[in-house]
Design a protein around this ligand. Structure first.
Ligand code: S3P
Length: 429
């Protein structure tokens, strides 16, 4: 069922209950792409239900990969050689699809065009074009290195590369390209980003080594299919964690959530602000940590997020900024310039919507400072066509005075189609 595009959020009394989240988006993309290259049939349970990962599956079937998807969230992928698609590959809203697939397409013996929606067509692609071109691919892009991309694959050469921006998508694209390269790639990132690309390659049987922020991988390795359950998406869980954090006396249990240390920094931040958080039943599956998280809200203190922490929390910063007025001292976010080139300019979108709700906000080039002890009031919110903005302000609205109308709320389906239904079930109005 398609949710309505405008949704009203009423002020809430509390948040309580238990949730199991759909599979992590970052891992779903990577397992699907590697499954499409591996020998055998890859079987993935709890695959992401978001439109972004559907864009990846659509692109893979266009290059001839056999995919079956059941109603129970199981996706089966038959690894096979890829063939030239008859039409451009539509990546929809998904930067992950375009950037990570480019790594694989750079090594295929055909030419392919990658397109996206209006938001994706504004996003920077030079960051993947540069290293993949150095490896031997020919890539043409629109003005300013924006989509569409036209990639002519080629036998590739490994590279030694220092990433100019901290981006796990670019790191993964280079590692995926290395599967089709001669020699050994060494890559260094300016700060540690999510390591699902490395862990996924190892899960599918590839060898690589990691030391600090450096990854080394030899080209030409073959992959074997896997069976896996995908851990719940912690970036989707973030909205409920922050919702629960807002209500002293709340009690929320999130089952089987991804606890990879490169993704779980939000738990430390909420703990530091005063929430009670415990993690039990910690297990490892294909190198990824999974656990059950219990959270109880509190009076939140506020915090500063900067440097490597901003990179680690990049997808969680909109919701943290959206709840910042309810903290006692506020939240300052620095070193997060990347937020300006996400699905929307997330710094501008957060600042505009907080102001619409009556808050004072200081917007900066690389972040925001949101003073604390401010009471938000219900207002009209513009999602800016960005899933994380729509969900972040649904959370902020729970403690506002009066109703909040979120325009363009349907965009939540990009990562989490069930978000509003689950929120409704967890909230006491
Ligand atoms: C992702 C990396 C991050 C993140 C995106 C998913 C990934 O993007 O914002 O939602 O799966 O590697 P960047 O690589 O552009 O930082």
């Amino acid at each position: 069922m398609t949710p309505p595009n405008d949704i009203v959020i009423h002020p809430a009394k509390n948040v309580a209950g238990a949730v199991r989240l759909p599979g992590d988006k970052s891992i779903s993309h990577r397992y699907a792409m590697l499954g499409a290259l591996a020998e055998g049939t890859t079987r993935l349970r709890n695959f992401s239900t978001g439109a972004d990962c559907a864009s990846t599956l659509g692109a893979l079937s266009s290059v001839g990969v056999g995919i079956r998807r059941s109603d129970e969230g199981v996706v089966e992928i038959e690894g096979s050689p890829w063939r030239a698609p008859r039409t451009p590959l539509d990546c929809g809203n998904s930067g992950s699809t375009m950037r990570m697939l480019s790594g694989i397409l750079a090594g295929q013996p055909f030419t392919v065009e990658l397109t996206g929606d209006d938001s994706l067509s504004r996003r920077p692609m030079a960051r993947v074009i540069e290293p993949l071109t150095k490896m031997g691919a020919r890539i043409e892009a629109g003005p300013g290195g924006r989509p569409p991309l036209r990639i002519t694959g080629h036998p590739l050469q490994a590279i030694a590369y220092r990433l100019p921006v901290a981006s796990a998508q670019v790191k993964t694209a280079i590692l995926f390209a290395t599967l089709f390269a001669r020699g050994t790639t060494t890559m260094e990132e300016p700060m540690r980003t999510r390591d699902h690309g490395e862990l996924a390659l190892q899960a599918f049987g590839a060898e690589l080594t990691r030391s600090g922020n450096r990854v080394t991988m030899t080209g030409g390795q073959k992959l074997r299919a896997i069976e896996a359950g995908i851990p719940g998406d912690i970036s989707s869980a973030a909205f409920f964690l922050c919702a629960a954090a807002l209500f002293p006396g709340s009690n929320l249990l999130l089952d089987s959530v991804l606890m990879n240390p490169t993704r779980a920094a939000l738990l430390d931040v909420l703990l530091g602000m005063g929430c009670r958080i415990s993690v039990v039943n910690l297990e490892e599956h294909h190198g990824e940590l999974v656990g059950t998280v219990a959270v109880e809200g509190a009076e939140l203190k506020g915090t500063t997020i900067a440097g490597a922490l901003s990179a680690a929390l990049i997808d969680e910063l909109p919701v943290l900024a959206a709840i910042a007025p309810y903290t006692t001292v506020g939240i300052e976010i620095r070193d997060a310039r990347e937020l300006r080139v996400k699905e929307s300019d997330r710094i501008a979108a957060v600042a505009a919507n907080l102001r619409a709700m009556g808050a004072t906000v200081e917007e900066r080039e690389d972040g925001l400072r949101v003073p604390g002890s401010q009471q938000l009031r219900g207002a009209e919110i513009d999602s800016a066509g960005d899933h994380r903005i729509a969900m972040a302000f649904a959370v902020a609205a729970l403690r506002a005075t009066g109703d909040t109308l979120i325009h363009g709320a349907r965009v939540a389906q990009i990562s989490y189609p069930e978000f509003f239904t689950t929120l409704e079930a967890l909230v006491e109005w």
